[in-house]
Structure formats: C-alpha cells, structure tokens
Design a protein. Sequence first.
Length: 288
Amino acid sequence: MINEKSLEEARAWIGRSKTLEGIVTPYAASCMAATLDRKSFEFQNGDDVPSVWYRLGFPELSPLSACGRDGHPALGEFMPPSPLPRRMYGGTTMTFNHPVRVGEPITKIMSIADVTAKEGRSGDLMFVTVRQEIADKDGVAITDDRMQIYRGEATAGSSASHKPAQPPEGAQWIKEIEPSPILLFRFSALTMNSHRIHYDRSYVTEVEGYPGLVFNGGLTMIMLLELFHENKPKATLKTIKVMARSALYDIAPFTVNGKEGEEPGTASLWAVNPTGGLAYTVDVEYEE
C-alpha cells in the first residue's frame, strides 16, 4: 500500500543518476538478429545499431546477492524504494538523433526523472520514470524516457480483472508471434535481465499470479518495430511513443499489427492478445 510517507521516500530519489560505459559488439548484435530470425543476422564493426538495440551495450550488471525476490536488483539502490513488490514495464518515449554504431564506445546517463502514484483497478500503483541519454563521440544519439510500474501483491483473480481495450482497425501489416520460452530466455540472456516473470513459471504463476510467463515489454516493442521496418525498409525513426496496455503471456500466439498514419511520416503499431484485446501500442514518427 502506498501512503504519503512511502511516496515521499520514493520521490527523494528524483534526480539520482549514474553513468555507464558500454559498447554493442558485433557478437551481441548478431545474437539479437538471430533471436529475431532475421534472414541476415551477422553484424560487423561500423554497422548502424538498429534503433532500440542500443540496450545490448548495457546489460544489467549486479551481483547475484544484490537481486531481490523477483530477480531484479533490489529496490533502494538506483531505483527508489517501493512498498509495492511487483514491477512491470509501462512504456517509453524515445527520440533518435543519429544511430550509434556497432563496435564504438557509447555512454548511458540514467536519472530518476519522476515518481508518482495513483489507485488503479487492482489497487495502488507507483510509476517511476527513468530518463536515459545515450551518447557517442558525436553527442547525444538517443533519449529514452522509460516508465516502470509497481503493483501490490497478487490477489485471487487480479490478473484477470482488467479487460483490455479493443485494438485499432484497418491493419495494413500483420504478423503472428509465437511467444516461446526459448525466445523469452534468449532475449533475457542478451540483456542480462533476470526478472523471474520472464522465465520462472512456478514463480510467475504461484507468487505473482499471472497465467504464464510474461512476454517482455521491450521485446514486444522490438517485434513491432521489426514489423515496421519490414514494411518501410527506407524509413528512419525520429520518435516513438510506446504504451503497455495489457500483458502478453507465452500461453498462446499473438499478433503484431501496423498501418500508415493519417499524417505523412507517421505510423501506428499495436500488439493484439490471443483473445483480441489490445496489448501494446507504438506511435511512430519517421523520415524517408
């Protein structure tokens, strides 16, 4: 439960920052491409890193002893303390100034930008926004404002209490995704993401109350952007706004969908769960 004191304690983290040095190696980029089943998956030094793949340069490093119950680094280190134990990806807004390149050093400056709370359908929620600036020798290449959502302990029926919204109509591009445990494992391994909801079935079903392994939100975003680039191969991303609407699981295939926007240089992308509900949206601005 969130109260005034716990929210104040969490908001005291606003402004905290840390800087990481990284590099996207040819091997890491090739592993990601192979995981996504790209026809050509071998990267070389100097190649452009595809949009959000910069995250491969910054695997989440923390000692095993520093991980919390859910497998993430314990709260109260860089991320603020929270009385709500379950965390989920909420979305991100990204701006792309220029691509980073495989094999070249990059820097990530992370800072806690905001902490808010509200009462949702299933109880109290806390929202933490982390700003990330990715820079190379030419300056800031990417800004990434990412939101994490913290929720209370699972209660009976809580994972099924929310009915997803209906997805947009008029999809021009559609692709079915098989959310296999192998795919989830490989993506988590590539990013050193030890969040147990993505690979530990007994934990995610018995402790957090979900019906299956949770499909990684960042991977959903990548799948949607892969669909976009398959259909707009000459497009260069300028901004994306990603919203997590409802969770996806490994229990049945889902679809990624997209269409041209009403304004030139825009597109709408969305993921639809197996029962036809809206799971993720990505609003794209691009240049050709």
